[in-house]
Design a protein around this ligand. Structure first.
Ligand code: MOS
Length: 715
């Protein structure tokens, strides 16, 4: 059998389970605590042999930049239970230089504060931790730069995440700004934000040397993509992909931070390599997650909007300044929503990066879209105020005929319907047009709106295998990962409908790189990408084996690339409405109501989809009011490195929260009719809250988060 699966066009599926509530297939295991996460597995059981288990603890750098002069592990090694200390002097060598973030313990160079400088392996967690405290590291410190300010020097990256143009320009922005009747020229800022999934980054691995030659790495990892980890790690470890197996049956959240492998996972693999035949495991501490597992860069968005006196945009300019790390470039695509959201003949966007000696920034839920849409949607609200127009009307007036970015027609752009439906449901018609016009007791009360969008993405490289089992059951295998979103459930529903069988007949197999290849649970593309492969394989299986297949009948297939992608600009849209109450004397902000109305194609499972959208809205509320990472420029250290100082919205912060969606099926996007829901919920939600705070108080805060100090004294 050839390795290349057949590429097939897909037909829209007949929906029976898809579109309906279906209880989470992993729900019982989750709530009874029997669903194992990365470090709760038994590698010995998986491999069928006794494996001694060692616990790992990371030693991280106490300087922001320089060289390690010496590592003295003797006191650590003398501690009872400590078995081994890996540092740059004795670590197995890694190959290649494409992934500098993953080249762990290879050189004495230190590139940021809290970089991994050694790993302690011990028989107990306590011994590993104590051993780590006993490793003596001396450094030669070098001058460094770790502060992002308006005067930090910047450069122009070649492209922005994932591979978009850095700058765009159309028409004559400066002339249009000069001629504009209404002008907004403001800077909007978002702070450093840190992904904080409840399950930390964690991994467990064993390296086995076969006496007959050949080696094998087997690893449980808390990741958004098992094949991504395998393809990154295998060549660096000098292995063929088949010699690496990565498993992730359950993952306790990612929010983008587990979308690409980070240094701690490689530290686990490397330590396993140094200690063949022993299972090693590591759970990154909450504090270490603030430097070792990615975060969202702070962004400065310099906006200029020029409009005529009816609010029609003539010029849009969005110049972004943000930050990357010297170790590895990451360029957040913050201006991307400005390129496609509103009409206007003259447009300019740009991204500039400050290269600092800091931890490596990375994906965080709706990279670019979230901070960029925050800036744009508050700028649009600023424009509405200056035009004396209702912000919903202003947005309707600037609906583009075609995608201003690509020039292609939009497929199913239903933003206006989302705005109108949300306005109706929220009671927008009763809103006073003047800000600061409603007071209830000690509280100013107001409402705000923001639009949201997210590109429809489907990733290549997905293959699915369908096999007939005994008892009329069908095994459906693809290396997808459920990071808590409901993939176990929705892929079961999609497979059942594509195969024409009940969900109980589907035996879904995911979360293992030994299964057919799958793309990352990222870019809100998981269900679209994996689902299309499942549909392709299921439709091929039915054609090849009929409706009563013999046991053992098997078909492997991949979905052909969607030809409609070339014809249309495909995005999801939404409208978020918020009510804010601001306390006159303390500046405390409460959000009693937050509503999102979305156009996301067909919703595969309303139960799990609602959780995604409510979770996104909550994360946006959290960004609006609380989340703010602080780095001390004297040390390059993130001081807000726990959930006490870096507050993430908790139950008491969230009041009435609602999400609904338009009834639709986008079979141009995918054979399921769905378009992706993981990220759009966080887009628009921060701006809606900030706009509501303005409407309540008449005080415009442009820098997130809206903490009381930015309001108090003006109320
Ligand atoms: Mo998402 S931040 O693309 O994993």
């Amino acid at each position: 059998m050839s390795d290349e699966p057949q590429q097939r066009p897909t037909r829209p599926i007949d929906v029976r389970s898809v579109g309906r509530e279906h209880v989470r297939v992993d729900g019982r295991a989750k709530v009874t605590g029997t669903a194992p996460y990365a470090v709760e597995h038994d590698l010995g059981e998986l491999l069928g042999r006794e494996l001694p288990l060692l616990h790992l603890w990371l030693v991280t750098s106490r300087i922001a930049k320089g060289r390690i002069e010496s590592v003295d592990a003797s006191r650590a090694l003398a501690h009872p239970g400590v078995v081994h200390v890996v540092d740059h002097t004795n670590a197995p060598r890694l190959q290649g230089d494409d992934e500098p973030e993953l080249l762990v313990l290879q050189t004495p160079r230190v590139s940021f504060r809290n970089e991994i400088v050694a790993v302690v392996a011990a028989e107990s967690l306590e011994a590993a931790r104590e051993g780590a405290a006993l490793v003596d590291v001396t450094y030669a410190e070098e001058p460094f730069s770790a502060e992002l300010t308006d005067s930090t020097p910047t450069y122009k990256p070649d492209s922005v995440n994932p591979s978009m143009p850095t700058d765009t320009e159309e028409g004559d922005v400066d002339a249009a700004i000069a001629a504009a009747e209404v002008l907004v020229e403001e800077t909007y800022r978002t702070p450093f934000e840190h992904n904080n999934p409840m399950e930390p980054h964690a991994a467990m691995a064993v390296w086995e040397d076969d006496p007959g030659g050949g080696s094998r790495l087997t690893m449980y990892d808390s990741t958004q993509g098992v094949h991504g980890v395998r393809s990154a790690f295998a060549p660096m470890l000098g292995l063929e992909p088949e010699q690496v197996r990565v498993l992730a049956p359950n993952v306790g959240g990612g929010f983008g931070s587990k979308g690409v492998p980070h240094a701690p996972e490689m530290a686990v693999a490397l330590t396993a390599r140094a200690l063949p035949g022993r299972a090693v495991k590591l759970a990154v501490t909450r504090q270490q997650m603030f430097s070792l597992t990615g975060y969202r860069t702070a962004t400065f968005s310099h906006f200029r909007l020029g409009a005529d006196d009816e609010g029609r945009l003539q010029a849009l300019e969005h110049r972004v300044v943000e930050q990357t790390s010297r170790l590895k470039e990451y360029a957040e695509q913050t201006a991307s929503p400005t390129r496609m959201m509103y009409a206007g003949p003259n447009r300019r966007t740009s991204h500039r990066l400050a290269m600092l000696d800091v931890a490596v920034p990375s994906w965080m839920r709706a990279p670019g879209e979230m901070p960029g849409a925050y800036a744009q949607e508050v700028a649009i609200d600023d424009l509405a105020v200056r035009c004396g127009l209702d912000p919903v009307t202003l947005r309707e007036r600037n609906e583009p005929e075609i995608d201003p970015d690509t020039g292609k027609p939009f497929h199913d752009r239903r933003l206006v319907e989302c705005l109108r439906r949300g306005a109706e449901r929220f009671g927008w018609a009763d809103r006073p047009s003047e800000p600061r016009s409603r007071q209830e007791g000690e509280w100013w009360v107001g409402t705000g709106v923001a639009a949201s969008s997210y590109p429809m993405m489907a990733m290549p490289g997905n293959t699915c295998r369908v096999e007939a089992l005994h008892g009329g059951r069908l095994a459906v295998s693809i290396g997808a990962v459920d990071i808590g979103t409901g993939a176990w459930t929705v892929l079961t529903q999609i497979a059942a409908d594509a195969l024409g069988c009940p969900t109980e007949a589907v035996v879904l197999r995911i979360g293992d790189s030994d299964l057919p290849s799958a793309s990352v649970a990222g870019g809100s593309s998981g269900t679209s990408s994996w689902g299309s492969a499942i549909v392709a394989a299921a439709q091929a299986f039915r054609e090849e084996h009929g409706e009563a297949p013999e046991v053992g009948a098997v078909t492997t297939a991949a979905a052909e690339e969607n030809p409609e992608k070339e014809r249309y600009a495909m995005h999801s849209f939404g409208a978020v409405f918020a009510e804010a109450r601001v306390h006159r004397w303390t500046g405390e902000v409460r959000v009693p109501r937050l509503l999102g109305v979305y156009s996301v194609g067909r919703v595969v499972n309303p139960t799990t989809a609602r959780s995604q959208l409510l979770g996104g809205l909550t994360m946006g509320l959290s960004a609006a009011l609380f989340e703010e990472g602080w780095r001390d420029p004297r040390f390059g250290h993130t001081v807000t490195q726990d959930l006490a100082t870096y507050h993430v919205a908790a139950h008491a912060d969230v009041q009435r929260l609602e999400a609904e969606w338009l009834d639709e099926a986008d079979t141009v996007a995918t054979p399921m009719g769905s378009r992706g829901i993981g990220e759009i919920g966080i887009v628009g939600s921060p701006a809606a809250v900030v706009n509501a705070v303005f409407h309540a108080t008449g005080v415009r805060v442009r820098d997130l988060p809206v903490t009381p100090d930015k309001l108090v004294g003006q109320l």
